[in-house]
Ligand binder design. Structure first.
Ligand code: ATP
Length: 215
């Protein structure tokens, strides 16, 4: 169980609170808007109404005790930046801040953020890939080039072995796991036979995935 400080309870912050609650983490939620704080109460361990740009208020939360601090303020960049840098100054172990413009990312990183999330852009990229390519169920970008793709096994691969397809040699793609109806299997060998109703996790570059799966 992790202890988390969550600042900013708009739609994004609230969704983070929902997920953290599902994961049984300990969460202190903060917003300057009383109604937003009240709304999130059933999901969190503790909550405070306050302005996170106020140093005295932020200090009173004991920010160095949390494993991670999320700054989920989006539009009000001044508040987001001030909160991020104050958190770091007050000894926060890990600060993850939300950007709502590309240019915000580097300012946040330079001013105390250990990591930056850019939900609109990240989700837009995911949506574009997911919904224009029938075989792709999901993907996680690892960097600008590489990603792990969760793909349906193409119909023409049905009954073929991993060795016969040889996608590592032909397309520089690594087959990491195969999933049927149950748990994914990571025990993939060249004799493993693929079935049309399975999905596979493949690590590689998008251009190689496109070539291999004719996307
Ligand atoms: P979302 O896009 O997540 O729905 P939003 O558009 O409602 O958010 P944002 O400006 O992104 O609003 O702010 C997110 C939340 O952060 C709001 O609930 C706002 O009250 C809160 N917030 C903004 N600045 C501060 C601050 N300085 N201290 C505390 N809370 C703040």
């Amino acid at each position: 169980m992790k202890s988390v400080l969550l600042i900013g309870l708009g739609r994004f912050g609230r969704s983070i609170a929902e997920k953290l609650n599902e994961m049984h983490h300990q969460v202190m939620a903060v917003d300057r808007d009383e109604a937003r704080v009240n709304d999130v109460l059933p999901l969190v361990t503790d909550a405070q109404i306050g302005d996170s740009t106020n140093e005295t208020f932020l200090r009173s939360l004991g920010v160095d005790n949390y494993d991670v601090c999320f700054v989920a303020i989006g539009e009000d960049f001044q508040s987001s930046l001030e909160t991020t840098s104050l958190l770091k100054e007050l000894g926060a172990k890990k600060v993850v801040s939300r950007a709502s413009r590309e240019v915000h990312r580097k300012f946040l990183l330079r001013n105390g953020a250990d990591d930056v999330v850019y939900p609109e852009k990240q989700l837009a990229a995911w949506t574009a890939v997911r919904h224009t390519t029938a075989l792709v169920q999901d993907y996680i970008a690892l960097d600008q080039e590489y990603a792990i793709y969760d793909l349906f096994v193409p119909a023409e691969w049905n009954g073929k072995t991993v060795g016969a397809l040889d996608i590592r040699k032909k397309y520089s793609l690594n087959l990491l796991a195969i999933r049927g109806s149950g748990q994914p299997s990571i025990a993939v060998t060249s004799d493993t036979v693929l079935r049309e109703n399975q999905t596979i996790l493949v690590l590689g570059k998008w251009k190689d995935v496109q070539r291999c799966f004719r996307l």
